[in-house]
Design a protein around this ligand. Sequence first.
Ligand code: B16
Ligand code: MG
Length: 220
Amino acid sequence: MIRGLIFDLDGVIVDTAKYHFIAWKKIAESLKIPFGETENEKLKGVSRIDSLNKILNWGGIELSKKEKEYWLDIKNSFYLKCISKISPSELLPGISKLIEDSKQSGFKIALGSASKNAILILEKVNLINSFDEIVDGTIVSLSKPSPEVFLRGAKLLKLLPEQCLVFEDAQSGVFAAKNAGMKCIAVGNTVNLEGADVVVESLKEISDIKSFISEYIIEE
Ligand code: B16
Ligand code: MG
């Protein structure tokens, strides 16, 4: 029986994935490494350092720890500039209503994000007090598809993995949820979201979370 919902941040709650893309593209171009939508898709849900390592690997470039720190700082400063003015208007369609409905329906809710900027973003979009628990990139050490972020969320919610349902927009995140032994609703394009229990194009499709779960999720 599902009792807890764990929400990814970038690409599920707020439309920040586009800013990560612009920032990584800038870094890759400075390093003369080709970078487009296909490469970007592989970085979704992946931590900052693991993302840089993947880009360097694609370009066949090796850097020292210090050089990597330099590029990570540039990437994050640029990303922070991009998100400096975000407001609740950048919340993705359907998310506010879904969070409200989930709480009113008695589900416990947690954030499960790889981002170290999660708290800042939640503050900017006025959702900082909406979650029972927050697990972000400052707490976890392993990137999705490791289940660490979601297992920590379940533990903090005092639930078993099989009692949790994850909302994800990234393939690495869907795999992380499944590796954690959880149900998963993927949001976005079906092509990139293999293994989810159900894929919705937008959270607007979920008008009533309880009925949606009983219709589409096989509960144990
Ligand atoms: P930061 P999520 C992830 O957030 C993003 O999808 C990924 O693109 C980003 O590299 C990662 O956070 C780290 O973010 O640089 O802000 O610490 O989708 O797990 O909420
Ligand atoms: Mg995401």
